[in-house]
Each structure stands twice: as structure tokens, then as C-alpha cells.
Design a protein. Structure first.
Lengths: 114, 111
């Protein structure tokens, strides 16, 4: 058990819909990262938050947004969903911000867009 | 970002065999990390390497930080069925804050 909790574990929705994925980092970790895993692209970094502030952006679509709350949990919002958004979404946490070396991953949310 | 290329893409071996996989980059890395993802779970850190030429073991796993700093290798000796999973190499980028991951090597082990 990594200590990182992600909910829900599975999510099935339709195109055009909006969903929210939730992540609780390990106790004491201030950094939260979101990654998308698809079969052809591997693990793609989406966005990072550190202590409530956005720190870095990766290949995140404009239809996607995230935030980190004062209690350090984070939410990833995916809107206007398309079939191609179907993927496994991971949250990871780390006590560090720079340089980032070791990440602790949750078990992921499997998103299926039908 | 800096691309990490892993090979082979997949391996299908028999229990007891040794396994070798590698990861290369066009850019220099100061740290190499190897993660393993079990089916249905998130990646877990196996080994971290911090110095060119460094050789580090974790049980039956041995990883090396290439001397050019552009590659790393992971070996698994005497494989067992629970070694099944996807093995990722990763490294922190020169600029930015998030780890870059390779696309992974998928390992299947038959009893």
C-alpha cells in the first residue's frame, strides 16, 4: 500500500460528459502529480501541484483541469469527454518539489468513455 | 520533454530464466529510476541510481547507471511468476518537475 488513495477505481461514462477524479496523497506529502496511462503512449505527465499551487504542466488538454485543496487532496476534472480520453489515470505524491525523484502512486482510476 | 526509449517492448520467458532490459535517452540524466507496475496497480519504485557507472541491487534485481549517463539497464535473475508486470525506467528532466517515463517493458513469466 503506497498510502496514496484514488477514487473511484472505475468510471464509465459517455462522450461529452464531465467527470472528477479524486486523490488523497500520502500523509505529509505536499506534491501531487497526475499521470495518464494509455496503451500506446505509456505514462504521460499531466500536471503537478505543490501545497495548493500549480507547479508544472505537461501534456494536459484544455478540457482537463485540476486543483489541490487546503487539506492537500487533489481533483482532476475531465470535461467534454471523448473516446480517446479512455485511459488509466494515476495520481502520485512526493514530499519533494524540486528535484522530483521518487513518486508514490495510487492504484489509479480506469476511465472508460463510451 | 526528454524521451526515454525502452527495449524490449515485451518479453515472454520461462520461470528461472534471467531477464535483461534497457532504457536509453538522447539526453543526459543525473538520476535513473526503475519502477514496476503489477497488474491493476500503480507503479512502485524498485531501484534508484544516482551516479554514472553505479550498480545497485534489490534482491534478484540489479540495475546499472550507464557510463554515458544516457542509458540504464535492469536485470532480473532467476525469474519467478510474481515478476510479471510492466517495468518502467524514469528520470527527472533537466528542467521541470515531473518524472519522464519510458513506455515500459512488459514481462510475462510462465511457470
Amino acid at each position: 500500500d503506497s498510502g496514496v488513495t484514488q477514487t473511484p477505481k472505475h468510471l464509465i461514462t459517455a462522450t461529452g460528459q464531465r467527470v472528477t477524479l479524486r486523490c488523497s496523497p500520502r500523509s505529509g506529502d505536499l506534491s501531487v502529480y497526475w499521470y495518464q496511462q494509455s496503451l500506446d503512449q505509456g505514462l504521460q505527465f499531466l500536471i503537478q501541484y505543490y501545497n495548493g499551487e500549480e507547479r508544472a504542466k505537461g501534456n494536459i488538454l484544455e478540457r482537463f483541469s485540476a486543483q489541490q485543496f487546503p487539506d492537500l487532496h487533489s481533483e482532476l476534472n475531465l470535461s467534454s469527454l471523448e473516446l480517446g480520453d479512455s485511459a488509466l489515470y494515476f495520481c502520485a505524491s512526493s514530499p519533494q518539489t524540486v528535484p522530483n525523484e521518487k513518486l508514490f502512486f495510487g492504484s489509479g482510476t480506469q476511465l472508460s468513455v463510451l | 520533454g526528454q524521451q526515454l526509449n525502452q527495449s524490449p517492448q515485451s518479453m515472454f520467458i520461462q520461470e528461472g530464466e534471467d531477464v535483461s532490459m534497457n532504457c536509453t535517452s538522447s539526453s543526459i540524466f543525473n538520476t535513473w529510476l526503475w519502477y514496476k507496475q503489477d497488474p491493476g496497480e500503480g507503479p512502485v519504485l524498485l531501484i534508484a541510481l544516482y551516479k554514472a557507472g553505479e550498480l545497485t541491487s534489490n534482491g534478484r534485481l540489479t540495475a546499472q547507471f550507464g557510463t554515458t549517463r544516457k542509458d540504464s539497464f535492469l536485470n532480473i535473475s532467476a525469474s519467478i511468476p510474481s515478476d510479471v508486470g510492466i517495468y518502467f525506467c524514469a528520470g527527472p528532466p533537466v528542467s521541470g518537475y515531473a518524472l519522464n517515463f519510458g513506455k515500459g517493458t512488459s514481462l510475462l513469466v510462465t511457470p
